[in-house]
Design a protein around this ligand. Structure first.
Ligand code: SF4
Length: 384
């Protein structure tokens, strides 16, 4: 079946333009444009596999309803193509997941689903096509171990992100399992203060109530903690948060007792790390006028690539080629804005400098090459 869909996938998502730029040493020049492409960008192994499985599922079950629980990955073009292929989305308001049964096929996305959702679909007898990425499963394994051993999982992630919701649910498989989600170093700092000194329990619960397991009690549940993260976070920040929490534990219980109170595993996936490393190398090696970062506005790993770039250089996070209106006008998501879909787009004029211009380009793990290729062609057109 894999061979049967290979041609369809290549036609939908490959790009001869990207192949040429790669063959040219990730460098492209035309007119007044010089373009440097990051050496790792675009579809990761987990996304590749998830999309492949979805196409295979549509072929394997021709007469049956095939559903996705929600977006398979955070790229609007890929999701739309799946809709065009007849795959329905259970997250749509007119779908009724509770009516599904043995005749129905449900594809689980690359970032997984919660333990409850999985159990519910299995209980209804649906045929499940599980595309959960192995790197996400690795995080679940660690969180499960924490829960078994009575350690609270402190998850660096976005509390509403599908992957983080699924990961947090793993902690609740065991009676002693607890979780607490922290978005960034500022939130981790609040948690570390509480670990060190205790504090206003009710205020803590009010602040983190929606980001913690039911009945979370910081006086009890921050005594033994293990760190984990959403696989697509900024690696440097996840590592710093792990160190912050470990230091707070050592301050509270003494360095010798740290192993009894603290565990940590680096659960950033290798694809995320490679894309972050590659864009950092690009910024180090090339004198760029600006960076374009391509990917869905709700794609966590794309937003983090944009953060890395924006710290160093003028950066535009764009969803697709349609964002490039002209050499004067660009539509983009403000870097650092909440990760949502198109609602928060802004327009900037005069984004492409006159004269010779050197542009850096990268794309998040859910962006197919055909989108990257179309962007290169548009840049070429603007710089004739
Ligand atoms: S970003 Fe990482 S964890 Fe997510 S699907 Fe890709 S490889 Fe898997």
């Amino acid at each position: 079946m894999k061979e049967a869909v290979a041609g369809e996938l290549a036609a939908a998502y490959d790009s001869s333009v990207v192949d040429q730029v790669r063959a040219g040493g990730y460098h492209f020049a035309a007119g007044r444009l010089t373009l440097h492409l990051a050496r790792e960008f675009g579809f990761c192994y987990g996304v590749d596999r998830a999309v492949d499985y979805a196409y295979q599922a549509r072929r394997r079950f021709p007469g049956r309803n095939v559903f996705l629980t929600g977006e398979i990955i955070h790229n609007p073009h890929v999701n739309q193509r799946l809709r065009d292929n007849g795959i329905r989305f259970l997250s749509d308001p007119d779908e009724r997941p509770e009516t599904l049964g043995a005749d129905d096929v449900v594809i689980l996305p690359a970032f997984g689903v919660t333990v409850e959702e999985m159990a519910q679909l299995a209980a209804q007898g649906c045929t499940l096509v599980d595309t959960t990425c192995g790197s996400v499963l690795n995080v679940w394994k660690n969180v499960t171990r924490y829960a078994q051993d009575g350690f609270t999982a402190i998850i660096h992630g976005k509390v509403k992100h599908e992957e983080t919701r699924a990961t947090a649910s793993q902690a609740l498989k065991f009676p002693r399992g607890r979780y607490l989600v922290v978005l960034d170093k500022a939130e981790a700092g609040v948690v570390c203060d509480y670990i060190r000194h205790g504090g206003d329990r009710e205020a803590f619960i009010a602040r983190f109530g929606a980001a913690s397991s039911p009945g979370f009690d910081p006086d009890v549940d921050l005594v033994r903690v293990g760190c984990a993260n959403q696989t697509t976070m900024l690696m440097s920040e996840s590592l710093e948060i792990g160190e912050m929490v470990g230091a707070a534990i050592a301050d509270r219980y003494g360095a010798d007792a740290r192993p009894q109170h603290f565990r940590a595993f680096d659960t950033i996936c290798s694809a995320t790390q490679e894309r972050q490393d590659a864009v950092t190398a690009l910024l180090d090696e090339q004198a760029l006028d600006l960076m374009l970062v391509v990917g869905g506005y709700n794609s966590s790993n794309t937003c983090n690539l944009a953060r890395i770039c924006a710290d160093r250089i003028s950066t535009f996070h764009i969803a697709d080629p349609e964002c490039l209106i002209s050499a004067d006008e660009i539509h983009h998501r403000p870097v650092g804005a909440p990760s949502t879909t198109r609602g928060r787009e802004q327009t900037t004029r005069g984004w492409l400098p006159p004269g010779r211009v050197t542009v850096g380009l990268t794309a998040g793990a859910s962006t197919p090459n055909n989108i990257v290729g179309q962007i290169i062609k548009k840049l070429e057109e603007f710089c004739r």
